[in-house]
Design a protein around this ligand. Structure first.
Ligand SMILES: [Zn+2]
Length: 190
């Protein structure tokens, strides 16, 4: 990716042998919750969260989690795990009858929350990233964390605009068809 800052999270390992990437999972996160721009998410993925910074951090500092990519409110893109490796973002999950979605997915975190719209630049950076990933990997579906862990996870949440993401994608990359399932589901609920 162009303009991608690289940080190396230790929270990853190898995908199972012969596994291919067929899924992209979109998440939202903010640390402390509903606060933007601080170092918390980076520190969480690098296992250096400071529990004296916020009471919530004491609850989550034991977690060993990561995502492949993080897109800040400013549009800054950071890679924490290379897409070939397995990041630890999905947790208990299943998609089309398969469990352990970390095995076959790429996880992208957007800095965001359930109550505020995402920034226009985040959609642009996400769309460029998805176009690139769909050219490099046989991605069949792009979904939200809430789609693979219903009842347990709600992100990227009600403020994430799937239609806006669709309109930002390149028609030639394959990402549009990978989003078809999600858009069909969204229009059923509308
Ligand atoms: Zn998530």
């Amino acid at each position: 990716m162009n303009n991608c800052c690289i940080e190396t999270s230790p929270n990853c390992d190898a995908r199972p042998a012969d596994e291919i990437v067929s899924l992209v999972v979109i998440h939202a996160i903010s640390l402390p919750p509903d606060c933007f721009g601080g170092p918390g998410v980076r520190q969480l993925f690098l296992n250096c969260l400071d529990p004296s910074e916020d009471p919530f951090y004491a609850e989550i500092q034991h977690l060993r989690v990561s995502a492949h990519y993080f897109i800040r409110r400013t549009g800054e893109l950071i890679q924490f795990v290379p897409p070939e490796a397995r990041a630890w973002h999905a947790g208990a999950s299943s998609w089309r009858g398969r469990e352990r979605c970390n095995d076959f997915s790429i996880g992208i975190e957007l800095e965001g929350c359930d109550t505020l719209p995402f920034e226009p630049v985040q959609y642009n950076v996400l769309a460029d990233l998805l176009d690139d990933l769909c050219r490099s990997f046989p991605v069949a579906d792009i979904v939200g964390h809430s789609d693979i862990a219903p009842g347990r996870k709600t992100d990227p949440g009600p403020c994430f605009d799937w239609q806006r993401l669709l309109s930002s994608l390149s028609l030639s990359s394959g990402a549009v068809s990978a989003l078809a399932w999600k858009l069909a589901q969204a229009s059923e609920q509308a």
